[in-house]
Structure formats: structure tokens, C-alpha cells
Design a protein around this ligand. Structure first.
Ligand code: GAP
Length: 457
């Protein structure tokens, strides 16, 4: 039974176990160090997984940095001066409330307990006193392990942008508003894990700090909320399973004046996909005070120094990839009553865009198909497959989300033409080899999800 209203959107219906099994079988995501029994909430990406992650990163970087005139990129160190994390508030405030279940000893986040029921054993109201648990991973730099050598693995990439604010602004002579973007690994000693790659100890973030005049900051916050929602739609995520949700005052992070999450309707309910925070002047002011450096911007028109405000869209690559897989998963029954599993991934993020398949391993077909593959490799992300029957190979490509297959058959030897087969409709057309690159490009373009017009700030 569900208490959702009748017109509520349907949550993604794939069982997580089904997706985890597909991801492992087909080389998207493996349990980390599986031969040793794995490691809690830690995953390795296989050959298709790395391709898909790279496509997600590339799409974000293109849209956020390369196609814009107001944002530049950086790459900061993951282990840096620990004073950064003292000033940012993470050493003192980056903590989750933790309780232990007195019945089963499960350690759970107090803020995620519903109706005072233990999520591990269903015992009611049997918890220890709440205590704060800091999520920072500590390590030591140098040969001596004492308080003076403590350093932290970064829990977010954002601070790299704040501590480099002045150097970036001066080296690029930027004027407000401008943004600094970064993609890289972050680390958190999470208490609550589960839901596959949704919450991990080690994950990759894509964050952008947009520095603006305080007077315009609310407008920019609204602008970035809409922009980020649009980006997910441009990757083909079903709009009815996306929403923006404002944080309540109790939920706000220590640095935030207002945060709105892009949420997705996962099989287990709505969950955060990305946070878009209005960080005010919290970070620049905190680092200015702690470092003794003035982190201000000289406004030439007004003839005064101001501390810019910051709007931050902060996304996670792993969580986006999980969301895209969940959203794209589909099952159909074909005319012969056989089940077809497919990932309806947008071509932009699919690990492979074109698979080249000879009809069989016939000695005349294989060299021709390999020549076609050679021709396509510089233009698309390709795969070649000649094992098992053509029907099974189509199904394998459907299951990993390949939008287009090119088939080389005996007619190809006579007419120099190939068949292009589409994943979603299974429709087939014949095209001359001479024009195959253009024909594939056209089809990829036609499969691009339609998105709303850009918003204005
Ligand atoms: N700088 C702000 C910040 O880090 P956040 O909401 O804690 O904000 C941003 O993180 C995004 O990073 C999240 O929306 C999520 O996509 C991703 N993320 C955060 N913690 C994660 C974890 N433990 N595992 C996987 N992704 C995570």
C-alpha cells in the first residue's frame, strides 16, 4: 500500500539488487576488492563504468566551464593544510548525530530514524544517548604520528576554490560574477551507508563556487537551481522523477543561508541528487580571519572592497551515475514473449554509442566488419562483438545501453551498405558505408533529450 496521491509520479521501479547484479555482470561497478570479501560502501568501476563516469564528468565540465564565459576550473590537492578544515568549520561541525541500538548494537544516524524504530532490528525506542560523530578521515603527514602531524582527507572539493579565490581572481583578472569549478575525489567516514553507490566513503564531486555581488546573490541562487535541474533533464532523466526541495532550517549545513536540493524519486523514495547552497560570505570571511589575508574583491564602480557571496551547485558523479542507471532501466516483453532488458541511456552518457556486429563469424564478414569498426572508432565510442548469435548480441548491447548497432551482413559484401539498428525502437535501416558516419551522427542527434529553454538570471 502507498499513501501517495493518485497523480504522484511513479518511483523508479527497478529493484536495486537487479541493478547491482547487472552492473557487476556487465562491468559497470564491482564491489571493491571482492576477492577479499569487499569493503563496506566502497566500489570499483569496471570498463563500462569508467566510460560512463567520464561521460558524466565531460558533460558537466563542458556545460559548466568550456561553454561558458564566466567560469574557470582548478584542481586542488586532496590532502592540504589542516588549518583549511579548522577555518571551514569541518573539524568542529562536520558531524552526524549517532546512536547505538541497545538490542542489536547497530550504529545508526539519529536523524534518519523514523518513529523511534531501529532500522536494523525494528526494536522501538531502545537507543543510547545521542552523540556527535565527525565524518573527517584523519591521517598523518611525515614519519611521526602525533597531533602536530594530523592532516585530513578532504570531505568536499569546495574549500579548494575558496583558498584559491584570490590567486584565481588575480591570475585571470575576473570581475564579479564569476565561478570556479572543480571535479575530484572527496572522503567521508559515513555512518549510514547502503543503497549501492548512493553513499560511499570515497566518492567524486563536481562543485562550482559562483562568486557574486551580495545584492544579486538570491537571484543567482534561483538561476543555478533552474540550470542544474535542466542539466539532469538534458541527460534524459525523467522530469516527473525530479524535483527541487528547499532545506528546512534544521537541515541547513553550518555554512548555508539556504539550500535547495535537486531530488530524484529513487526506488526507496525521494533522495538528494545535488545540493545548491547559498553560502553567503561564510567561507571567504572564515579563511580571511584564520589566515590573516584579506579575501575581498575591489569593486571599481563603487570604489570599495566587498566580500562576495557564493552560490554553490554541488553534485556527486557516483550518485549521478546510479541515478541515470536506475532511471534508464527498463524491461519489455517482445512479440515472441521473451523478456528484453534495456538501459535507455542518453547517447551523451552511454558507455558505448555504436556497436559493430558482423552477422556471424564468417571469414568473409569478420574482416569487413573490422574495417567498418576502424572507420567508426575515431568518431564514436565503439565496441566490436562477434561472439554468439546476432540476436543475443543485440540483447547484450541493449542491456548496457548502447543506442545504435551497425550490422555487417552478406549483402554488405555486394552493396557496400550496412544496417543501423536502434536500441529503443529496434527499428532497422540500411545505409551506404560511405555515409555511415553522418547517418549515425544524425541518429545520435535525434536521440538527444529535449530540454527547456535556459533560465535568465
Ligand atoms: N560542498 C558542499 C557539499 O559537499 P553535500 O550535499 O554534502 O554538499 C554534495 O555534497 C553532493 O555530493 C551530494 O549531493 C551527493 O551527490 C554527493 N555526495 C555527498 N556525500 C556523498 C557520499 N558519501 N557518497 C556519494 N556521494 C556523495
Amino acid at each position: 500500500m502507498t499513501d501517495a496521491p493518485l497523480d504522484a509520479p511513479a518511483a523508479a521501479s527497478v529493484e536495486l539488487e537487479t541493478l547491482i547484479s547487472l552492473a557487476k555482470r556487465r562491468g559497470f561497478v564491482f564491489p571493491s576488492a571482492e576477492i577479499y570479501g569487499g569493503f563496506a560502501s566502497t566500489y570499483d568501476y569496471g570498463p563500462l563504468g569508467v566510460e560512463m563516469k567520464r561521460n558524466i564528468r565531460d558533460s558537466w565540465w563542458r556545460g559548466m566551464v568550456q561553454e561558458r564565459t564566466d567560469i574557470v576550473g582548478i584542481e586542488a590537492a586532496m590532502i592540504t593544510n589542516p588549518k583549511v578544515w579548522q577555518a571551514s568549520g569541518h573539524v568542529d561541525s562536520f558531524a552526524d548525530p549517532l546512536v547505538d541500538c541497545l538490542v542489536c548494537q547497530a550504529r545508526v544516524r539519529a536523524d534518519l530514524i523514523v518513529d523511534n524504530v531501529c532500522p536494523a532490528c525494528d526494536a522501538v525506542g531502545q537507543f543510547t544517548e545521542e552523540r556527535q560523530f565527525n565524518l573527517l578521515f584523519r591521517t598523518f603527514v611525515g614519519p611521526v604520528q602525533d597531533d602536530a602531524s594530523v592532516a585530513y582527507l578532504r570531505p568536499e572539493t569546495a574549500q579548494g576554490m575558496f583558498v584559491n579565490f584570490e590567486l584565481v581572481q588575480q591570475s585571470t583578472r575576473r570581475r564579479l560574477p564569476f565561478g570556479i569549478a572543480q571535479i575530484g575525489k572527496s572522503f567521508r567516514n559515513e555512518i549510514t551507508t547502503g543503497h549501492f553507490t548512493f553513499r560511499m566513503l570515497e566518492f567524486e564531486q563536481m562543485e562550482m563556487e559562483y562568486f557574486c555581488d551580495p545584492a544579486d546573490s538570491m537571484e543567482w541562487h534561483e538561476y543555478w537551481k533552474q540550470e542544474r535541474l535542466r542539466w539532469y533533464e538534458s541527460l534524459g532523466v525523467r522530469p516527473e522523477r525530479l524535483r527541487l526541495r528547499d532545506h528546512t532550517s534544521e537541515e541547513l549545513s553550518h555554512y548555508s543561508r539556504g539550500t535547495s536540493d535537486v531530488e530524484y524519486l529513487y526506488p526507496w523514495g525521494w533522495g538528494e541528487l545535488e545540493g545548491i547552497a547559498h553560502r553567503g560570505d561564510f567561507d571567504l570571511s572564515a579563511h580571511a580571519q584564520a589566515s590573516g589575508k584579506s579575501l575581498t574583491y575591489f569593486d571599481q564602480e563603487r570604489g570599495e572592497h566587498i566580500v562576495p557571496h557564493v552560490v554553490e551547485p554541488a553534485a556527486g558523479v557516483d550518485r549521478i551515475m546510479l541515478t541515470l542507471l536506475v532511471d534508464a532501466y527498463d524491461e519489455e516483453v517482445d512479440a515472441r514473449g521473451e523478456k528484453r532488458v534495456l538501459l535507455r541511456l542518453a547517447p551523451e552518457v552511454a558507455p558505448t554509442t555504436v556497436a559493430v556486429l558482423p552477422l556471424s563469424r564468417n571469414e568473409r564478414l569478420v574482416p569487413t566488419a573490422r574495417r567498418v569498426w576502424e572507420r567508426l572508432r575515431p568518431h564514436f565510442r565503439t565496441q566490436y562483438d562477434d561472439s554468439q548469435s546476432i540476436g543475443r548480441r543485440y540483447r547484450r548491447q541493449d542491456e548496457v545501453g548502447t543506442p545504435l548497432c551497425v550490422t555487417v551482413d552478406f549483402e554488405t559484401l555486394d552493396d557496400d551498405a550496412v544496417t543501423i539498428r536502434e536500441r529503443d525502437t529496434m527499428s532497422q535501416i540500411r545505409v551506404p558505408l560511405d555515409g555511415v558516419v553522418e547517418a549515425l551522427r544524425e541518429r545520435i542527434e535525434a536521440l538527444r533529450p529535449v530540454v527547456r529553454e535556459a533560465g535568465n538570471a
